[in-house]
Design a binder for this molecule. Structure first.
Ligand SMILES: NC(=O)c1ccc[n+]([C@@H]2O[C@H](COP(=O)([O-])OP(=O)(O)OC[C@H]3O[C@@H](n4cnc5c(N)ncnc54)[C@H](OP(=O)(O)O)[C@@H]3O)[C@@H](O)[C@H]2O)c1
Length: 459
């Protein structure tokens, strides 16, 4: 007689599987929260002055709030002073109207050389001792946008703006061993390159990723390496995928909400959590002769990890030289009328593509699709394996051991629940192993050892 599972059997197997699935998602989130890490030190930063670019929102805002809570003085370098003052009001409210440190709003638009120069001049005049400069401001856009000097914004704002700022402050930064924090991203490891042919121009890549953004984050890393070689006290980091205004240009479709919400919940950290990496870089002594940007190390999840990217010395030097050249060239042209959408790196006309439309979020794409794959695979396993265990156990009990009735049903349900729990256990072990790998990142072959041994300061 064919076996027809009773309602009770089915509901027990179903609730076993559902409990397992919910349990494992909660476990995964718990594991992620643990892996992302928090800065534990809380020593006073009284008397120390920090400059944070893009401090009015997102990671810059959260970093400012955390530092001022520890009695630091923070210069909030923002392109919009109204927004900076609003952020100060918000911090005061959040900290109970008694801000322990001091907040100073100053105007800085990294998309304008004039603004950068004015800011640097004002900073040198008003801040004699600078403890830390956090180059945080950055953006990712989907359609062509250009700086005042006609560089496409990923290159112009994310790289060249901070290059000029540091250059203008270099004497002070080197003399005072000021910490220079460069906010890069792990996107530098994904489809990123430094395309010297088209540096500073809007180029359309045949990719669903925002390659111009990824390239600019690779530039940040190369730049940090070069700063380290030139004697700066530099720290480079990735804050992780964070819920901030960074995604303001992303217009999700309704089904994106449906499909990605659980994944976003699993993968996206808060701005406060992402800012831990910036706070860590700005306050702790983590860069060492063994683990530094030249050796391919950066801060991620509040610890040092090794980049998967293979850096090379020639690109490092060339990017520096091209950046110097770009600034000099723009300065020489500064009196000329700016031509929108033209090449800024040489005198030939650029071939700027039509406005680019991305269907999906450029930054989250790779992580979300791989997570979606895992989640689907896991869900399929969660829903099919318990039933397979139930029926195969039942078959074995009936035909080989000749056990029928209640013991048979009971044994089959126990088998199904056991499978669910084994799956949860395996998932937890996988999370634990990942966390262990992160705690002890191993340099890859071809690490920058020789490169860094050869390193000399360049001025
Ligand atoms: N969020 C993430 O998932 C993520 C992941 C990896 C790396 N990052 C990096 O983290 C940094 C901060 O990002 P976020 O998430 O905090 O983004 P956000 O919330 O959008 O904040 C970016 C900040 O940069 C400012 N900014 C943009 N263009 C500027 C310019 N031309 N001059 C001066 N300031 C400018 C913005 O000012 P306005 O408010 O006036 O626009 C804002 O204050 C960026 O470098 C980003 O590449 C972020």
């Amino acid at each position: 007689m064919p076996f027809i599972p009773s309602e009770m059997t089915l509901s027990m197997a179903g609730s076993g599987a559902a409990t397992g699935l919910i349990g494992s998602i909660v476990l995964l989130r718990w594991y992620k929260l643990r892996k992302w890490g928090w800065v534990k030190s809380n020593f006073s930063l009284q008397g120390k002055t920090f400059v944070i670019t893009g401090a009015n929102t997102g990671l810059g805002y959260e970093t400012t709030k955390a530092l001022v809570r520890r009695q630091a003085t923070v210069v909030m370098a923002c392109r919009n002073l109204t927004k900076a003052n609003e952020a100060i009001g918000k911090i005061s409210t959040e900290l109970g109207n008694a801000v322990p440190g001091a907040l100073i709003p100053m105007e800085l638009d990294l998309a304008s050389f004039r603004s950068i120069r004015k800011f640097a001049h004002e900073l040198k005049r008003t801040v004699p001792e600078l403890y830390c400069l956090v180059n945080n401001a950055g953006l990712a856009v989907r359609t062509p946008e250009f700086t005042r000097e006609n560089y496409e914004v990923h290159f112009g704002v994310n790289h060249l703006g901070q290059f000029l700022l540091v250059d203008l402050l270099k004497e002070q930064l080197l003399k005072q061993r000021t910490r220079v924090v460069v906010v890069s991203s792990r996107m530098h490891e994904i489809e990123a390159e430094i395309d010297f042919e088209h540096l500073g121009r809007w180029v359309e890549y045949d990719s669903r990723l925002n390659r111009l953004y990824n390239n600019s984050k690779l530039m940040n890393f190369y730049y940090a390496r070069e700063l380290y070689k030139r004697g700066y006290n530099v720290h480079v980091l990735c804050p992780g995928l964070c819920h901030t205004d960074f995604f303001r240009h992303y217009e999700p479709k309704w089904y994106h909400y449906l499909v990605f919400s659980p994944i976003v919940w699993l993968l996206l950290r808060s701005g406060e959590q992402g800012a831990q990496n910036i706070i860590y870089a700005a306050t702790e002594s983590v860069t060492t002769p063994d683990r530094n940007p030249v050796r391919g190390y950066f801060i991620s999840n509040v610890k040092m990890r090794h980049s998967k990217f293979h850096f090379d010395e020639e690109t490092s030097l060339r990017l520096w030289a091209e950046s110097v050249r770009a600034i000099a060239q723009s300065d020489a042209k500064s009196l000329e009328e700016k031509k929108p959408h033209t090449a800024a790196m040489d005198n030939t006309a650029s071939t700027i593509s039509e406005r680019q439309e991305y269907d999906d979020n450029p930054v989250t794409e790779r992580e979300t699709s791989s997570a979606l794959g895992w989640l689907l695979l896991y869900s399929v396993a969660m829903f099919t394996l318990p039933f397979a265990a139930f029926y195969s156990t039942r078959h074995a009990l009936t035909h080989y051991l000749h056990i029928d009735g209640f013991p048979n049903t009971c044994g089959s349900v126990v088998a199904a629940v056991l499978v669910v729990n084994v799956l949860i256990f395996l998932y937890a072990v996988r999370g634990y192993e990942d966390a262990k790998d992160d705690d002890d990142p191993k340099p890859e072959e071809g690490d920058e050892t020789d490169d860094s041994r050869k390193t000399k300061k360049r001025h």
